[in-house]
Design a protein around this ligand. Structure first.
Ligand code: FES
Ligand code: FES
Length: 157
C-alpha cells in the first residue's frame, strides 16, 4: 500500500510504485478531472501540482509523490472560486474542454510565481499545454483577468 496526500486528503492505494501518477489518480481514485492526452509529457493535459510545481502526471511515477503534496484540478479550490476559475467562466474559455484542467493547473503555478505576467510570460509558461481547439487567445485573456482578480481580492493562489 502506498499513502498519498492529494487535495489535503490522505489516500491509501494499492499501486505499483512505478505506476504513473495519472493512472493512480484516474483509475484507482476516480479523480478523473486530470486528463490523458499523449502519455509522453508533450501535451500538458495531465498537469497536476506536486509540492506546488506543475508536473506531467503521465510521466511522474507514483513513488515520487509519496509523502508529498499533490493537488489536482478537483483541489484547485473548494468551490470554483480560484481567480483562474472565475476568469475562465467569465470568458467562456473552454471549447471541447479536454485540455482545460491542465491549462488551469499550469496557469495556477504561473500566477503564483508571477502575479503580473506579460503576454510573453504567459506564452512561455503555457507553451507546454496544447489546445487542439485553439483557445489560446481566451486563455491568455483569462490569465490576465485572473491576475487582476487576484490583486483585487488578495490571496487565493
Ligand atoms: S498526457 Fe501527460 S503530457 Fe500529455
Ligand atoms: S478546449 Fe478542446 S483541446 Fe483545448
Amino acid at each position: 500500500m502506498i499513502t498519498l496526500k492529494i487535495n489535503q486528503k490522505s489516500y491509501e492505494v494499492d499501486a505499483a510504485p512505478d505506476m504513473p501518477l495519472l493512472w493512480v489518480l484516474r483509475d484507482l481514485l476516480g479523480l478523473t478531472g486530470t486528463k490523458f492526452g499523449c502519455g509522453v509529457a508533450q501535451c500538458g493535459a495531465c498537469t497536476v501540482h506536486l509540492n506546488g510545481e506543475a508536473v506531467r502526471s503521465c510521466v511522474t511515477l507514483v513513488k515520487r509523490a509519496i509523502g508529498q503534496d499533490v493537488v489536482t484540478i478537483e483541489g484547485l479550490s473548494p468551490d470554483s472560486s480560484h481567480p483562474l476559475q472565475q476568469a475562465w467562466l467569465e470568458f467562456d474559455v473552454p471549447q471541447c474542454g479536454y485540455c482545460q484542467s491542465g491549462q488551469l493547473m499550469s496557469a495556477a503555478v504561473l500566477l503564483k510565481e508571477n502575479p503580473n505576467p506579460t503576454d510573453q510570460d504567459i506564452d512561455d509558461a503555457m507553451s507546454g499545454n496544447i489546445c487542439r481547439c485553439g483557445t489560446y487567445p481566451r486563455i491568455r485573456k483569462a490569465i490576465h483577468r485572473a491576475a487582476s482578480l487576484q490583486k483585487e481580492g488578495g490571496s487565493h493562489v
